[in-house]
Ligand binder design. Structure first.
Ligand code: SF4
Length: 371
C-alpha cells in the first residue's frame, strides 16, 4: 500500500513513523509499540492508523445484529468490586428467571426479528447443571433457529464444576442443549495484579484463557472482552491484548474483540471517574492496531453511549453490537444509555458516520446491506 506523505510527516513529527510504517506494511506491532500509541498525544493520528486497518479488514461496512439480552440471574457469590449487578445469595433483590420465563421472553421479542439471544448471569451456587441445560432448551423451543450466545468463561467454569462431567463433555452437553457460541465477558484485565485486587474469588487470567481454549477446541466460537478504565495500567491493557492475540494465533476461535468501558456508579469503586471519551476512542483504536488477527472490533454502545460508539467507527471499530434489548448489567452500574436501540436507529448511526450499515448474524455472515 502506498504510504500517504501527509500521514508520514505527521507521524514523523511525533517520532511515530516506524509504527505508521508497520501499519501500512501490515507488520505486527510489539508491546512497546502499543505503549507508545497510548502515550501518543495525537489521538487523530492513532485513529487514522486504526482506520487504515479497519478499512483493510471490512471496507466501508459497519455491522450490527438484532439481539435480545437475557440476564437470567443476578445472584452471585464472586463479589467483584467493579460489579453493580450482583446480589449475594439470600440478599434482597436477587432473582432467577425460570426456563418458562426465559422461553416467554424470547417469544415476546420474536416480532422484533431477533436472530440472537445473548444470555449471561451471576455465579449462583444454587443453580444445578440441569438449570443451564433447561434454560438453553427453553430458548430453542421458542425459536429453534435462533443463535444462542451464552455463558461467559466464568459461568462455564462454574458449570464444569457442577456438571460431574469432563470439561469437554460439559461443553458438548451444553451444545446439544442449544449453546451456539460464548460471549467474552469475565476476562476483565488479564493481569494477576488486577485479578488479586478486584476479583480474587473469580477465575483468573490463566483459567479464563484455558476455558477459551476449551471452547474453541470444542468447535464453538467466542468473543473476547477487556474491562478498562479502573485500576489497570495502560501497560496492562497492552499485555491483555498481546495475550488475546497469542491465543487467537493458536485457535482462531475469537470472532471479535469488545473493549468494555468501566461504569463505576453503584459499585465498590464509585469513587473512580469513568473513562473519558478520548480514552474510549484511544483504547478502541489501539485494540484495532494490536489485534491484527481479530476480524472485528466491537463498539458496545451500551457502555460507550451511542454517540461515542458512532465516532469509534472512524477509530477502528466496525461493529455496534446490536439492538441489545433488555440489558440490565451495565444499567445497574448507572449507564444512561437506552434499554435497546431499534434497527432504524442503528442504521442511522452508521450511515451518519459515513459507513454502510450491514446487518449480520452472530457469526458475521451478512443478512442485509443498507446501500
Ligand atoms: S461481575 Fe459477574 S462474577 Fe463478578 S460479581 Fe458481577 S455477576 Fe458476579
Amino acid at each position: 500500500m502506498e504510504f500517504p506523505k501527509w500521514l508520514f510527516q505527521r507521524a514523523e513529527a511525533l517520532d511515530m513513523h516506524d509504527i505508521a510504517e508497520k501499519v501500512i506494511e501490515s507488520e505486527r506491532l510489539s508491546a512497546e509499540d502499543g505503549q507508545r500509541l497510548f502515550e501518543c498525544p495525537d489521538l487523530p493520528l492513532v485513529g487514522l492508523l486504526a482506520d487504515i486497518v479497519r478499512r483493510r479488514k471490512v471496507g466501508e461496512k459497519a455491522f450490527f445484529n438484532r439481539n435480545l439480552r437475557i440476564d437470567y440471574t443476578n445472584i452471585c457469590n464472586k463479589k467483584c468490586l467493579f460489579c453493580a449487578f450482583d446480589r449475594l445469595p439470600g440478599e434482597p433483590g436477587g432473582y432467577v428467571l425460570d426456563p418458562q420465563q426465559i422461553h416467554d421472553r424470547v417469544v415476546e421479542h420474536l416480532p422484533f426479528g431477533i436472530t440472537e439471544v445473548h444470555m449471561v448471569g451471576g455465579i449462583n451456587p444454587r443453580l444445578p447443571f440441569s438449570y443451564y441445560l433447561d434454560a438453553l432448551r427453553a430458548i430453542k423451543s421458542a425459536a429453534p433457529d435462533i443463535h444462542v450466545k451464552a455463558f461467559t468463561a466464568v459461568e462455564i467454569a462454574q458449570i464444569i464444576k457442577i456438571s460431574k462431567l469432563t470439561p469437554e463433555d460439559t461443553l458438548f452437553t451444553l451444545r446439544e442443549a442449544g449453546l451456539d457460541s460464548c460471549p467474552g465477558g469475565g476476562a476483565e484485565v488479564l493481569s494477576d495484579r488486577v485479578h488479586d485486587e478486584l476479583y480474587p474469588i473469580k477465575i483468573g487470567p490463566q483459567q479464563w484463557l484455558e476455558i477459551q481454549r476449551l471452547i474453541h477446541r470444542c468447535g464453538l466460537r467466542s468473543t473476547a472482552t477487556m474491562l478498562y478504565g479502573h485500576i489497570e495500567t495502560r501497560a496492562e491493557r497492552v499485555e491483555h491484548m498481546i495475550q488475546l492475540r497469542a491465543l487467537q494465533d493458536e485457535t482462531g476461535g475469537f470472532l471479535a474483540f469488545v473493549p468494555l468501558a468501566f461504569h463505576p456508579e453503584n459499585t465498590e469503586m464509585s469513587h473512580l471517574p469513568p473513562p473519558s471519551g478520548v480514552e474510549d476512542l484511544r483504547t478502541i483504536a489501539i485494540s484495532r492496531l494490536m489485534l491484527d488477527n481479530f476480524d472485528h472490533i466491537k463498539a458496545y454502545w451500551v457502555m460507550l453511549t451511542p454517540k461515542v460508539a458512532q465516532v469509534s467507527l472512524s477509530f477502528g471499530a466496525d461493529d455496534l453490537d446490536g439492538t441489545v434489548i433488555h440489558e440490565t448489567i451495565v444499567h445497574e452500574a448507572g449507564a444512561k444509555t437506552p434499554l435497546g436501540l431499534t434497527v432504524e436507529e442503528l442504521v442511522h448511526l452508521i450511515r451518519e458516520a459515513g459507513k454502510i450499515p450491514a446487518e449480520r448474524d452472530s457469526l458475521y455472515r451478512i443478512r442485509r446491506v443498507w446501500n
